[in-house]
Design a protein around this ligand. Structure first.
Ligand code: FAD
Length: 544
């Protein structure tokens, strides 16, 4: 469609990340004519599978699945479009500093925790139940548009009051103890929360890791308990809290989404970066691409990090100055360094020897033995630019999926925390990426001494590489820090928490909106719901 603006569409989506694709599929299912414009040659955003070394493919950015919403899977019939997700045999494997280890999942958590503390093992059930009760609240809210903070007439305020009342109703279902838990999880640090339950380091480290994943903070930073919660509301094939692997990698998810969207009539154009959103008066009316093509649409929907959208895609006078100023301070930077490695053989861990595929090789392997270690890593990174004793999660998807590497070989994802989103003293990540990559390999090698020699090829993504490749501002994997001031009704900004931008016809559908980052499909789903409502109410009119 749409050469030089000749064919207008109802909805134009900037970015074919998974949320852009989900949004597109829902809009098209509602009968709208939808075009998606993607900057890269491949759809999927941070959920893609690519060949990073000859013969070796991997999920090059996001690498493990759990949060993908079951309703989105059903509505888009993702299994019918080729998606198959398998569970890991174990959830996590964590070598300890004294040469022992703990594994969780696969029915082994209780016995494994008891190796370190029978008291902690006895408290596991209580911990799980309390967390689940609050995770349930989050699950209920994930596919809900947050009440929007509005100034204006009662007509506009009324629907928001109804939403707020619904939210209040959901919280009222919790008993007083659970409400206290809710408050704790939304405000406390993951470390303090876990210290209240457990005494032994290994289980606190396994659970606490979720509090600093994609969160450039100490596990003792207030608010990190929410990040922990954010990582447990998912499920794999109906099993709550589990993490799994999409056969073919994360790209299999977004390829299935793209097929679902195309089957509904969506036009997806890759290699089409958008340069600017076109504004007439107080309306967004289309976009101009980097090649100078103009495309017009009734609704312009952004899948981009909101800070990227509002600071780079508008003429300065097109947005209210206060709004623009606020968005220029929207906090981004998850402290993430990501590597993919092609392996000659599996890591042979000193604490659990063996080079043949064993259960622990299928787990999320956490190399960070204690919460204190994680805290030190954060402060070191703040001071030095990266932690010299870093946190690495190693995931080896080829142990569950033989489509990724040649027979007998393997691919591994190294998901590394903490590195500074931007380096001190104005230094560039391009200067230090190889040094830090060596450090990450050495860190794994300290636990599995055959690792370094097994590496046949590696792909490095510093925060700057993540920004350049995927458009992730400061390399932020979540499209903005998951802190209270940037969550729920305040994501990305109070007054704009309902997927609408500050101009008529302008919407947001990416991870910078509720419920935030992760491959959930939820922002895309919720945005589509709001946009379809606006078309039905005539707030935006079909042009196609
Ligand atoms: C290294 C890393 C590891 C992660 N690990 C996990 C994980 O294991 N599990 C999990 O659930 N989540 C993980 N995440 C988080 C998750 O991948 C993201 O939060 C999620 O993919 C965001 O999806 P999105 O569709 O909102 O945006 P994105 O995936 O960022 O998509 C935005 C799209 O917009 C495109 N774009 C940018 N600028 C333009 C332009 N000017 N014109 C046109 N298109 C443009 C981009 O190319 C991209 O395709 C990880 C992320 C990263 C980066």
């Amino acid at each position: 469609m749409a050469e030089g603006g000749a064919g207008r569409c109802d909805a134009l989506i900037i970015g074919a990340g998974h949320n852009g694709l989900v949004c597109a599929a829902y809009l098209a299912a509602a009968g709208l004519k939808v075009t998606v414009l993607e900057r890269r040659a491949v759809v999927g955003g941070a959920a893609v599978t690519e060949e990073f070394h000859p013969g070796f493919r991997n999920s090059v950015a996001s690498y493990t699945v759990s949060l993908l919403n079951p309703k989105v899977i059903r509505d888009l019939d993702l299994p019918g479009h080729g998606l198959k997700v398998v569970e890991r045999r174990l959830s996590n494997f964590l070598p300890t500093a004294d040469g022992r280890y703990i594994v969780t999942g696969g029915g082994r958590t209780h016995a494994e925790v008891a190796k370190f503390s029978t008291r902690d093992a006895a408290r596991l059930a209580d911990y799980g139940e309390r967390l689940e009760a609050i995770a349930d609240v989050l699950r209920d809210l994930v596919l809900t548009t947050p009440p929007n903070a509005l100034e204006g007439s009662w007509r506009e305020a009324l629907p928001e009051l109804v939403r707020a009342a619904r939210l209040g109703g959901r919280v009222r279902k919790l008993d007083m103890e659970q409400r206290r838990e809710l408050l704790a999880l939304f405000s406390m640090s993951a470390g303090d929360y876990l210290d209240n339950f457990f005494e032994s380091d290994p289980i606190k480290a396994v659970y606490g890791f979720d509090g600093i994943v994609g969160n450039y903070a100490s596990p003792y930073t207030p608010g990190s308990a929410y990040v922990l919660l954010h990582h447990v509301f998912g499920e794999v094939n109906g099993k709550r809290g589990a993490w799994g692997h999409a056969i073919g990698g994360m790209g299999a998810i977004t390829q299935a989404m793209a097929r679902a969207a195309v089957a509904r009539g969506v036009d997806i154009r890759v290699d089409t970066p958008v340069r600017e959103v076109l504004v007439e008066g107080d309306r967004a009316v289309g976009v101009v691409t980097e090649s100078g093509e103009t495309l017009r649409a009734a609704a312009v929907i952004s899948n981009l990090n909101p800070r990227l959208l509002y600071t780079k895609m508008f003429a300065p006078q097109a947005l209210p100055p206060q709004f623009r100023d606020h968005m220029s301070h929207y906090r981004c930077g998850s402290g993430t360094f990501r590597m993919n490695v092609a392996l000659k053989e599996l890591p042979d861990f000193t604490c659990l020897p063996g080079k043949s595929v064993a259960d622990h090789h299928t787990a999320g392997i956490i190399l960070a033995p204690t919460l204190r270690y994680m805290e030190r890593a954060y402060f070191d990174a703040r001071e030095h630019g990266w932690s010299r004793a870093p946190i690495v999660e190693l995931v080896i998807p080829s142990t569950l999926d033989d489509s990724l590497a040649p027979a007998g070989r393997h691919v591994a994802s190294l998901f590394c925390q903490h590195v500074a989103p931007t380096l001190p003293n104005g230094e560039s990540w391009d200067t230090h990426r190889e040094t830090v990559a060596d450090l990450m390999i050495d860190t794994v090698n300290a636990y599995a001494p055959n690792f370094k020699a097994a590496v046949l090829g590696r792909q490095i993504m510093s925060p700057l590489d993540l920004e350049r490749t995927f458009g992730l501002v400061n390399g932020d994997i979540m499209h903005g820090v998951l802190s209270l001031d940037q969550l729920f009704s305040a994501r990305p900004m109070l007054g704009f928490g309902n997927y609408r931008g500050p101009l008529t016809g302008l919407y947001m559908c990416g991870a910078g909106t509720h419920p935030g980052g992760g491959v959930t499909g939820a922002p895309g789903h919720n945005a589509a719901h709001e946009i379809i409502g606006d078309f039905r109410r005539g707030r935006v009119r079909r042009v196609a």
